[in-house]
Design a binder for this molecule. Structure first.
Ligand SMILES: [Zn+2]
Length: 469
């Protein structure tokens, strides 16, 4: 009897945490497109500052080549370099499909372009979680036979505030999401139009800080702020362009000898059949501000050669230079896509929540390391990736470090309100028992290091078996 009494006292202490008080893991990943790492230093940004104080800041994120929008957004949710996840540009050509792909439309919604990798929102759901996506690039495409359980079809005219309200609602539903992704088009658009050094961009950054404030307030109003691990980052930075720094391909090679895939500052060149040597020799050494690589000679550290969607010849402009066919088109004042080792290409990174340390600063991290970090927070076994949790482990709170056991799948909560209290208590008790069993099992696994790689799917039947005892 004494044991039963002790157990019920213990349950009474623990139940308020486990019976629907919202302590399950929740992760929200936010991208402000083109938010360069140092934008937080040029105008007052009280909301970014608050997140830095409350959590962690990484000064610069070393992103992946090419430093364009789609490749980098897909890296953030897969932990893979572009040559591995297959989204090698905003515009692509696949010689096996004999098809083109464009961020603006063509092929974008065909699953096969995206299925060289599996994004985290899919992996989360396959392990029993629920994902919600508000306009994240690719999140409204069917990948691996599924969509996020909640998502918004891409529509640039939907205001930021509406996207936030949708996500908050999904986090609060009867069957809530536990992983959300949120995307906003600025300051990329204004960075292209006005240039990153323009005064107009100061206003845009101030506006984004207000938008971040709106997100923080909505999370607070809905009592989610202290439960959600919030990551704010971006895909790339931006650099100033100059109208005199133009490289015109028509000056060097006949335009009918090649097709160009993806655009400045890194241009994929597909020579017409039989014209590779002529096109290559015409471009090589044509302009001192343009690097010309055969695909197989692309520097190793770019991780940008082992994919058929990478073109046989790659042109790369030096920072601030633009590659055009001729001067007929519009001219932008800002661009990105350059060498990923340039600091101007690097995005911001700030995170806060129960998984993260408070008031901690780190110089830099690689964007491929974010994926294993997010898997750790969600308690998921990561798929093969180019990142390493060890590189970013110092961002995590001690509590989160200790709590690294992949979580068991918990069935959906009952919906009958009249039974809510009783069923909630039962679920709470089940959770406590599950926790104890997982704890005991984990202690056992520590004695058996070779078995430590059990993933969630594997642990599920074991747990059920144990619960039947
Ligand atoms: Zn972008």
């Amino acid at each position: 009897m004494l044991h039963v009494y002790k157990l019920s006292c213990w349950l009474a202490l623990v139940l308020p945490f486990s019976s629907g008080s919202g302590k399950e893991k929740k992760l929200l990943l936010v991208s402000f497109d083109g938010f360069r790492w140092d934008y937080v230093n040029r105008v007052p940004t009280p909301n970014f500052d608050a997140l830095m104080r409350e959590g962690v800041q990484v000064d610069r994120v070393e992103n992946i080549y090419v430093t364009k929008t789609l490749p980098n957004h897909y890296t953030l949710v897969t932990g893979l370099y572009a040559e591995n996840h297959g989204i090698v540009g905003n515009e692509m050509y696949d010689p096996i499909f004999n098809m083109s792909f464009s961020m603006e439309g063509e092929g974008f919604y065909e699953s096969r372009w995206w299925e060289e990798a599996v994004p985290l929102w899919v992996t989360n759901q396959k392990a029993g979680g629920r994902s919600g996506a508000a306009m994240w690039p690719g999140s409204d495409v069917e990948i691996g036979g599924t969509y996020p359980v909640r998502y918004l079809p891409y529509n640039a005219s939907v205001p930021f505030e509406t996207r936030v309200e949708k996500l908050i609602h999904w986090f609060l539903e009867q069957e809530p999401i536990d992983f959300g992704v949120l995307y906003w088009e600025e300051p990329d658009e204004s960075g292209h139009r006005f240039g990153p050094e323009s005064s107009q961009l100061d206003d845009v950054i101030a506006d984004i800080d207000e938008k971040l404030g709106f997100l923080r307030n909505e999370l607070k109003k809905n009592r989610l702020y202290d439960d959600v691990d919030l990551i704010v980052t971006s895909d790339h930075g931006m650099t100033q362009l100059f109208s005199e720094k133009i490289i015109q391909l028509d000056s060097y090679v006949k335009p009918d000898l090649y097709t160009w895939i993806d655009k400045s500052p890194v241009v994929g060149i597909l020579p017409k059949e039989g014209y590779f040597d002529e096109v290559y020799s015409s471009l090589l050494d044509a302009n001192p501000n343009m690097m010309v690589y055969k695909k197989e000679d692309v520097p190793e550290h770019f991780h940008y050669k082992h994919n058929i969607r990478i073109m046989p010849i790659l042109l790369e402009a030096k920072e601030g230079w633009s590659i055009v066919k001729n001067r007929s088109g519009d001219f932008m004042l800002g661009n990105h896509g350059y060498d990923s080792s340039l600091t101007s290409m690097h995005p911001v990174f700030i995170a806060r929540g129960p998984a993260f340390r408070k008031g901690y600063n780190k110089d830099s991290m690689r964007s491929v390391d974010l994926y294993p970090l997010m898997c750790h927070i969600l308690g998921l076994q990561p798929l093969a990736n180019n990142g390493s949790l060890a590189n970013v482990q110092d961002l995590l709170s001690e509590r989160s470090d200790k709590d690294s056991t992949p979580r068991p799948y918990i069935p959906a909560r009952p919906t009958e309100p009249s039974y809510a209290w009783a069923l909630g208590s039962l679920l709470g008790a089940a959770l406590v028992v599950s926790f104890l069993l997982v704890f005991v099992r984990q202690v056992t696994l520590q004695q058996l290091p070779a078995l430590a790689l059990h993933n969630r799917e594997i642990s599920q039947p074991l747990l059920q078996e144990e619960l039947r005892l």
